[in-house]
Design a protein around this ligand. Structure first.
Ligand SMILES: Nc1nc2c(ncn2[C@@H]2O[C@H](COP(=O)(O)OP(=O)(O)OP(=O)(O)O)[C@@H](O)[C@H]2O)c(=O)[nH]1
Ligand SMILES: [Mg+2]
Length: 223
């Protein structure tokens, strides 16, 4: 008897890509520019969303989809408090968001009232990189407290980045973080990636990040 081998992961990823394409078409039709924000836990994703709202709202109307592994909607509440139209997605323990979860969240948002949608992925530097959610740009966030070796240890995440936000630079004077070594690792994996060095605590660097977003929202272009 011969054995039939079914590539389950391939089928799942194909189905995901199909839904992602539908999500993107829906966002395009509504004129909403969307980003997938990915990082390890605690790098500052929600803090960046809060700072982005401070920099761009109310001229830019901002929505937030927050993916977390539990029902606790603390981050979505922070986003709403800062002025975002926010939806919390409980992934039920899943370590990353998938396109069908974003499709459900999109249904809960009034896209006609938005210009920018920030999807805060589950804090994880591995799994989220392989899943297209149907957004326009993938933004990887890192913080200097995590160490300067991260591009070398998590290349898959850095390879998919359209933009990179390096956060907590206010702490650089206190840490053995070699910025040149870190940036060299990033450039090896993604030579043309846009890099923003920021502090969500002091607001340093947020202006350049906000300008980049503004340019993409206006032009409706992919990163
Ligand atoms: N010193 C310093 N602390 C920061 C900065 N940005 C964020 N933090 C702190 O880092 C911690 C985590 O920030 P969050 O915004 O919750 O990070 P997150 O990536 O959304 O975390 P998860 O959603 O749990 O993965 C908080 O205690 C923030 O106050 C920064 O630029 N400098
Ligand atoms: Mg968060």
């Amino acid at each position: 008897m011969s054995v039939r081998v079914i590539s389950v992961l391939e089928n799942i990823l194909q189905a995901n890509d199909q839904i992602a394409a539908e999500n993107r078409a829906r966002l395009d039709a509504a004129g909403v520019y969307a980003i997938n924000l990915m990082s390890s836990p605690g790098a500052g994703k929600t803090a960046l969303i809060e700072q982005t709202l401070r920099a761009l709202a109310p001229q830019v109307r901002i929505g937030m989809i927050n993916g977390d592994t539990t029902a606790a909607s603390l981050d979505a509440e922070r986003g709403a408090q800062a002025g975002a139209m926010a939806v919390h997605v409980n992934t039920g323990g899943n370590c990353h968001l998938e396109a069908h979860m974003v499709r459900q969240a999109l249904a809960a948002l009034d896209l006609s009232a938005l210009d920018l949608l920030i999807v805060e992925n589950v804090g994880n530097l591995v799994c989220p990189s392989g899943w297209d959610l149907g957004v326009h740009a993938r933004v990887v966030m890192a913080s200097v407290t995590e160490g300067d070796d991260k591009p070398y240890k998590y290349p898959a995440m850095y390879r998919v980045a359209d933009a990179l936000v390096l956060n907590k630079i206010d702490l650089l004077p206190y840490l053995p973080f070699n910025l040149d070594y870190y940036l060299q690792g990033v450039r090896l994996l993604k030579p043309d990636v846009q890099i923003f060095q920021v502090s969500c605590r002091t607001g340093e660097g947020i202006g350049a990040w906000a300008d980049w977003l503004r340019a993409h929202i206006r032009s409706g272009q992919n990163a």
